[in-house]
Write a protein that binds this ligand. Structure first.
Ligand SMILES: Cc1ncc(COP(=O)(O)O)c(C=O)c1O
Length: 442
């Protein structure tokens, strides 16, 4: 039985069938022998030999539309503008030693500050990090230092990264197993628009569903509430009235609101930032994944300008972003090219239009299948929730056999994240693969 967790696991019966039917090639065998095994990845399924645009090509000669892509592929793989920018930057300045800055890092910060959502626009400061987890860690440290408190509130089913601090925020056991004490002071609340929501039992979340957060903030001195503005893994969103109440509770208690935009940013949700759907501005936001154009690991923290100088311990007195690759010129060049492409090609708008058309075309057909529990769509975050987790696992492998890779989130939700520049006919082909796979494996 697949466990309900962040992504599909590699321990299922279907995986065993796949492995029996497709013996590992030599590279896969060496990988399995050399890398630590991980329930969300290793032993791997196959070897990728090439990735281009929306496709991955495997050693077993499969050509797959990649609608998983670890959410780094807003532009698909190997986008020419990003490749050109990286190549040019590697020749001009491959690395930036501490004590110095560089043009690319400064230009990236300017673009991030000028395109930040809500009240952060033109009123923010930035720190770059080599991973999303590191960005989450920094955001928590800023909130602790600037409030003089240490407690944090996250959601039960949350995932914010794999480092010990970020994993502590996760509400999933898998990331705590065998770890001993996690970061102190983390408390979990029921997420909105979730079957476990005590207020609305998933009928339709409303502002009252923010009560668990309000209660925690009343009882404890909390440094920060951290949340995804849209839960990417299951494509669930709360209404604006919910966020407005959370924001008010934060303001009333001097708690910071941190939005984790790592999988949802850069146009994926139909807006440049998923934060824009919430109607509120967080104190800090973290971005990553596709920021490096699906090529370079690049993430960032964007936060209120005045945190630099205010609070019990202002940021300027700390060394929060002391990473070896602190202001990577190559990562910055990749991020500038990515952001420019998303903005110039109006990919957020495209995601909105393609996503809405997808829902209009296919929602009824999915809903007519007795095994489908719900269809959700926000921009090009597309989700088909099934009733049975084992069925979802079968659909995933049937999809892989027929040329489509996607994630199974929360145990039973088929999550389709196409590149935002996907051609319409490929989105239709992929959806047909999903519909046929659901029917074939029911
Ligand atoms: C919501 C969210 N936050 C944080 C992270 C961590 O990012 P990274 O893997 O770059 O450390 C992830 C990664 O999947 C994520 O989905």
């Amino acid at each position: 039985m697949p466990r309900i967790t962040e992504g599909d696991q590699n321990l299922s019966l279907e995986r065993a069938h796949w492995q029996d039917a497709s013996p590992a090639n030599e590279t896969l065998q060496r990988d399995t022998a050399l890398y630590y095994h991980q329930v969300l990845s290793t032993p791997c399924l196959d070897q990728i030999v090439r990735a281009e645009g929306p496709y991955i090509f495997t050693a077993s000669e499969r050509k797959l539309l990649d609608f998983h892509g670890n959410s780094v592929h807003q532009l698909g793989f190997g986008h020419p503008s990003v490749v050109r920018a990286i190549e040019a930057q590697m020749r001009a300045l491959p690395y930036c030693t501490r004590r110095y800055t560089n043009d690319a890092a400064v230009e990236l910060a300017e673009i991030l500050v000028s395109s930040a959502p809500g009240a952060l626009r033109n009123n923010a400061r930035v720190l770059l990090t080599p991973s999303g987890s590191a960005a989450v860690g920094i955001a928590i440290k800023v909130a602790r230092a600037c409030t003089g408190r240490y407690k944090t509130v996250a959601f039960h089913d949350a995932f914010h990264g794999a480092t010990l601090d970020a994993a502590s925020l996760s509400g999933q056991d898998l990331f705590h197993r065998g770890m001993g004490p996690m970061m102190p002071g983390v408390m979990h609340a029921s997420p909105p628009s979730h079957p476990d929501c005590p207020s609305c039992a998933h009928s339709m979340c409303n502002d009252a569903c923010a009560e668990p957060i309000e209660a925690l903030l009343r009882k404890h001195d909390v440094a920060a509430v951290i949340a995804e503005p849209i839960r990417a893994t299951t494509v669930r969103a709360a209404p604006r009235s919910y966020w407005s109440r959370v924001r008010s509770a934060c303001e009333a208690t001097g708690t910071m609101l941190i939005f984790d935009e790592i999988p949802t940013g850069l146009g994926r949700s139909g807006m440049l930032w998923a934060t824009e759907h919430t109607g509120v501005t967080p104190d800090l936001m973290v971005i990553g994944k596709g920021l490096g154009g699906g090529i370079f690991p690049q993430a960032a923290v964007i936060g209120r300008q005045e945190l630099n100088d205010s609070g019990p311990t202002p940021v300027r007195e700390l060394a929060l972003g002391h990473y070896t690759h602190e202001k990577s010129p190559v990562g910055s060049a990749a991020a500038i090219a990515t952001l420019r492409t998303v903005l110039d090609e109006r990919l957020a708008q495209r995601a909105h239009e393609l996503g809405c058309a997808w829902r209009e075309t296919y929602e009824a057909e999915f809903n007519s299948m007795g095994c489908v529990r719900a269809v959700r769509q926000i921009g090009l975050m597309l989700a088909v929730e099934l009733k049975d987790p084992e069925h979802a696992d079968r659909v995933m492998y049937e999809g892989l056999r027929n040329g489509l890779s996607f994630k199974v989130g929360g145990g039973k939700t088929l999550v389709l994240f196409p590149p935002l520049n996907i051609e319409q006919h490929l989105l239709d082909d992929a959806t047909r693969i999903v519909i046929d796979a659901i029917a074939a494996t029911a």
